[in-house]
Design a protein around this ligand. Structure first.
Ligand SMILES: Nc1ncnc2c1ncn2[C@@H]1O[C@H](COP(=O)(O)OP(=O)(O)OP(=O)(O)O)[C@@H](O)[C@H]1O
Length: 329
């Protein structure tokens, strides 16, 4: 029996599956989607239209998230996208506490960066936000666009506009990038009450995004991340983000493994996606990424808490003086 295991960003588990499949068939997690052979949603793998094929697509096709462009963000102060209060979480298996009271508020239009020593809890924080199965939340609250994020299944979190790019994107043998993106895109549209788009129409949406990332269009026809280099995987993550147009994108060490040109391409693509309504949370060790994607705020995490917040000068100081040079008090 074929077994597909995926652990990455896109509409996660059941959201990527055809509507005929009950979400109860899938673990409520974006990180392990086991799809058995007979139910394999990828079986209707579509053929990519040839580049010369006539297109009838509208150039402005989007997911049309109802969350974007609401009255408050158009006319009033920036809306609060994410409000994390005193978030505490433990490793499910061992009960070890990793997050010990994280507080963070992100408004539309802001770029936040979280830095911190290895093992300080940055990735755990991001994984708890998307509902990773390895952790239990033991305290605090998380509102995302005024909704209780902690009550949502991982795929619901994706549907309401949360996207996460993982440190190590996972490969999906046998599933083409194009099919994967199309399915994720249509899953999100369905959640917003919109009809699915056909492959040909989607092709004309996705190809400019591929071009803007300086990716070879052949990557669309390759299996998701299979055989991709580290940098290609990271670009592919940003392609997923570009297709899904999330309200909040969490990018965990998106700069690791990128060469200088790739870093520029990825940064350009991320900057191009930023609007007054959406936001990016970057986890990084290096200021070089923050030179390309300018953060509104830089936070330092230590021992499961955000212990210091500043502007980009904090990252510059960190680069110069290391953590020893930064007073955490
Ligand atoms: N599923 C898990 N099982 C066991 N330990 C875990 C698990 N998840 C996190 N940890 C531990 O929690 C601590 C925080 O890990 P985390 O990955 O969040 O750190 P980080 O700040 O992202 O580190 P880095 O900068 O090295 O990526 C580490 O000591 C890690 O070993």
């Amino acid at each position: 029996m074929a077994l597909l295991t995926y652990s990455s960003t896109i509409p996660f588990s059941s959201s990527s599956s055809p509507s005929s499949l009950s979400s109860r068939r899938f673990p409520a997690t974006p990180f392990r989607t086991h799809v058995s052979g007979p139910l394999n949603p990828w079986r209707f793998r579509s053929r990519l239209p040839r580049p010369h094929a006539p297109t009838r697509a509208k150039a402005t096709l989007t997911v049309d998230s109802p969350a974007t462009g609401d009255a408050s963000s158009r006319n009033g102060p920036p809306r609060v996208l994410l409000e994390v209060k005193d978030l505490k979480a433990v490793i499910k298996e061992s009960g070890q506490e990793i997050l010990r009271g994280v507080n963070l508020t992100i408004h539309g239009g802001e770029v936040h960066a979280i830095m911190g020593k290895n093992g300080s809890g940055k990735s755990t924080f991001s994984k708890v936000l998307v509902g990773h199965q390895d952790y239990d939340v033991t305290g605090g609250s998380v509102l995302f666009k005024d909704q209780n994020l902690l009550e949502m299944e991982p795929e619901e979190r994706s549907h309401v506009g949360l996207f996460m790019s993982f440190q190590t994107p996972v490969e999906i043998p046998g599933v083409s990038n194009f099919d994967f993106l199309l399915m994720a895109f249509n899953a999100r549209r369905k959640n917003h009450g919109l009809p699915p788009v056909e492959p040909l129409e989607f092709y004309s949406l996705v190809t400019p995004k591929v071009a803007s990332l300086n990716m070879n269009p052949k990557f669309l026809d390759r299996n998701v991340n299979e055989g991709f280099s580290g940098g290609e995987k990271k670009r592919n993550e940003i392609l997923q983000l570009a297709v899904l147009e999330a309200d909040l994108a969490i990018l965990d060490e998106i700069d690791s493994g990128l060469d200088v040109d790739a870093l520029q391409d990825v940064a350009k693509a991320v900057n191009g996606l930023l609007t007054p309504n959406n936001s990016v949370l970057i986890i990084t060790h290096y200021q070089r990424l923050l030179e390309c994607i300018k953060p509104s705020y830089v936070h330092i995490m230590e021992d499961g808490m955000i212990v210091r917040t500043g502007d980009v000068s904090l990252a510059e100081q960190l680069e110069r003086e290391g953590y020893r040079g930064i007073s955490m008090s």
